[in-house]
Design a protein around this ligand. Sequence first.
Ligand code: AMP
Length: 188
Amino acid sequence: MQYNSTSDLTENAELIKRIKSAIVDVPDYPKKGIMFKDITGLFASHQLFKDTIQALASEAVSKLGFKPDYVAGIEARGFIIGTALADELGIGFVPIRKAGKLPRDVVSESYELEYGKASIELQRDAMPQGSRVLIADDLLATGGTSSAAEKLIRKQGSKPIGFAFVIALSGFASRNILKLPIFKIVEY
Ligand code: AMP
């Protein structure tokens, strides 16, 4: 598929409607006060998932003006979005994992969660240094996870060039920690 024009707004409005009706809101999960967006219904629909990935690929490439070298997906739902996106773009995929899961030499980055800290890791030789990398996850909330992923890719010696999400939640002040372009399909 060619990604040389901005996506059709009418088609996107239709897609946004379909995605929204596939998402289930789960109140107070995993903690009280969090409205969890369950997107397993999106993964279960072959056509909807395919259309979503194509729209995200088109959005990213038409706005970037070039194809990235790799997609890096954040564990775990970022693996599902990221591998499909990499396949659609015809490029490689690299996994960003929670600490302690990758078997060889890694670069690590720690970041603050609502309560406590977490670390993510990337295999040092996951891709050639200097690669242009699109970071993928299912959902953007505070931006903390994505910001740590961006730092991790820089530590590995590659170049983060943007973020791709199916869903972006607005209303998080800390969102402005992400300085690179954000590509998204649905916003709440
Ligand atoms: P953040 O670092 O705050 O941007 O959170 C993003 C990460 O947490 C993503 O990997 C999401 O899958 C997950 N996440 C955060 N908030 C939600 C939510 N309301 N529903 C589903 N997943 C969420």
